[in-house]
Write a protein that binds this ligand. Structure first.
Ligand code: ADP
Ligand code: 5GP
Length: 207
């Protein structure tokens, strides 16, 4: 994979706001592609297959695991989720400058193990009380699912130390600005700009 391609992982406990933040980031940066994961979870109202997720049944998911079709996969809140290698290829073939992964800490660890230059951002809620309220306000899951996701939050937050950046999503506009700032800084890293500098040097030699 191209070394100057930004691999940006965004993780958080469920309800902290990473989907909201990721959507805003993709609107600001048309040169970033969203990696559409496979999942065995049922679609929520308004979710579209192929845009939000590739919704598949368990047998299909397991056969993809068997065929080593995933760059990473994990069991999260009782369902399976995974990033297909073909999805990464698709994003790269579109000529984008980066790929955004909305995946959990287990998937983040697998991507980081394969690509140590991948950038991890962990989103925290301002408080556990607010996290619960956001899960309830989203109104897309039943009470048992909300309870299960809330119980898992502590275990997920314990993994914040495996990420490069941490954003507290309290004021939404500020959190969006912080995520944008991280992307701008990461895009400006010398390693990702080396191609541009070399092109200029080559052109100046040709003059
Ligand atoms: P996640 O993808 O992390 O599960 P979502 O992006 O779906 O979380 O956000 C959960 C709920 O919280 C949604 O209803 C969303 O509109 C709301 N939300 C997100 N960020 C904020 C914020 N900073 N302040 C208040 N509500 C928020
Ligand atoms: P949700 O069901 O709320 O869309 O997502 C639940 C959790 O699964 C979130 O933490 C989300 O980041 C994670 N997730 C979504 N796609 C993937 C994936 O492809 N791989 C992994 N490991 N986690 C994922």
């Amino acid at each position: 994979m191209d070394e100057d391609l930004l691999l940006l992982i965004i993780s958080s406990p469920s309800g902290a706001g990473k989907t909201t933040l990721t959507r805003d980031l993709l609107e600001r940066h048309p040169a970033l592609a969203f990696s559409v994961s496979h999942t065995t979870r049922k679609p929520r109202d308004g979710e579209v297959s192929g845009r939000d997720y590739h919704f598949v049944d368990r047998a299909t998911f397991d056969s993809l695991v068997e065929r080593k079709a995933f760059a990473e996969w994990a069991e999260v809140h009782g369902n399976r989720y995974g990033t297909a290698l073909s999805e990464i290829e698709r994003c790269r073939d579109e000529g984008k400058r980066g790929i955004v992964f909305d995946i959990d800490y287990q998937g983040a660890a697998q991507i980081k193990a394969a690509r140590s230059d991948a950038v991890g951002v962990f989103v925290l809620p301002p408080s556990m009380g607010e996290l619960k309220e956001r899960l309830q306000r989203r109104a897309s899951d039943d009470a048992d699912t909300i309870e299960r996701r809330f119980k898992n939050a502590k275990r997920e937050i314990e993994h914040y130390g495996e990420f490069d950046y941490v954003i507290v999503n309290d004021d939404l506009e500020q959190a969006k600005a912080r995520l944008n700032a991280i992307v701008l800084a990461e895009q400006s890293r010398r390693e990702r700009m080396a191609g541009r500098a070399k092109d200029l040097l080559q052109a100046s030699r040709d003059d």
